[in-house]
Design a protein around this ligand. Sequence first.
Ligand SMILES: NC(=O)c1ccc[n+]([C@@H]2O[C@H](COP(=O)([O-])OP(=O)(O)OC[C@H]3O[C@@H](n4cnc5c(N)ncnc54)[C@H](OP(=O)(O)O)[C@@H]3O)[C@@H](O)[C@H]2O)c1
Length: 326
Amino acid sequence: MNRRVTLAARPNGMPKESDFALDEARDPEPGPAEVLIRNRFLSVDPYQRGRMSESRSYAQSLQIGDVITSQSVGEVVESNDARFGAGDWVVGQTGWLELAVARGGALRKVDPSVAPPTTALHVLGTTGLTAYFGLFDVGEPVAGDLVVVSAAAGAVGQLVGQLARLAGCRTVGIAGGEEKKRLLLEEYGYDVAIDYKSEDVGAVCPGGVNVYFDNVGGKISDAVQLRLALGARIVICGQVSQYNNVQPELAPRLTALLIVFRARMEGFIVSDYAHRFDEALPRLAQWLHDGKLRYREDVVEGIENAPRAFIGMLNGENRGKTIVAI
Ligand SMILES: NC(=O)c1ccc[n+]([C@@H]2O[C@H](COP(=O)([O-])OP(=O)(O)OC[C@H]3O[C@@H](n4cnc5c(N)ncnc54)[C@H](OP(=O)(O)O)[C@@H]3O)[C@@H](O)[C@H]2O)c1
């Protein structure tokens, strides 16, 4: 039987393990042009929280009983698509389940000789592409710029700082706790690191922030936005500090600062750049191969532990990219 994690109840605030169910379904069979995959690694991401609620978003909400949506990496068991054969590694949006069926056209082959297959879920996959297009296309960094990144020790954030340094920028990483601060400085090469739980976020940017890569929103972003440089670019990648709010948070209205600093604030979704993934992935792979990009994976064993890993990630317990290994 095929074990799957489904949505048992819509979370109210921070999700609880009882909002998820582990069930079993009959093994799926691939139809014409479809591929049967044995998933080995499941992705755990903040956007999944949005899919669990009913509020308007850029993608459809999950219904109660649906398998939790996610990217997954697995091995092909059987294929009715000539592009794939048994034993191939693939990545696709197949969800938190052991055996998945997907259209061949919705899958991407993963070459395990280039990098470990798990990297297709981060540096050579969605979070790598998010860091790449968010920073380079939306943030438009110029050598010498000061780039500030929130949730800097997470899956996206750990890469943004390194990409900014490759572009000749100075970098400030913001994360929670002393241990993450050390990771920012020693592993990901941030010039300055701030523990937002015990330090003043604003104190470190006296010269003005040219690019703010925002993963969290809330009070951290309010503090950074008071310290923009003229012509600053604010990249709205994520607002994870807000995802569990039952009511929208009341906050200072800082939009007038966009006038003062002639700044631009822009949100983006990585899938908007799908037509350019083939441009970014070889560059990311080359930097990884050359040792210019480092990453951390936070791997939890067992599909039954996926909900706990998800809740832990929202609470900041992860170091780098959260993955569930089956
Ligand atoms: N626009 C897109 O296409 C796109 C694509 C992928 C991801 N994203 C967004 O990018 C952001 C990062 O995603 P990720 O996958 O890399 O997750 P992640 O950073 O690996 O994990 C989430 C992190 O958020 C931080 N956090 C949680 N609550 C917080 C709060 N109240 N205040 C400050 N920090 C808080 C925690 O780090 P600390 O311990 O440092 O608090 C936690 O480790 C998310 O907002 C996500 O939605 C956007």
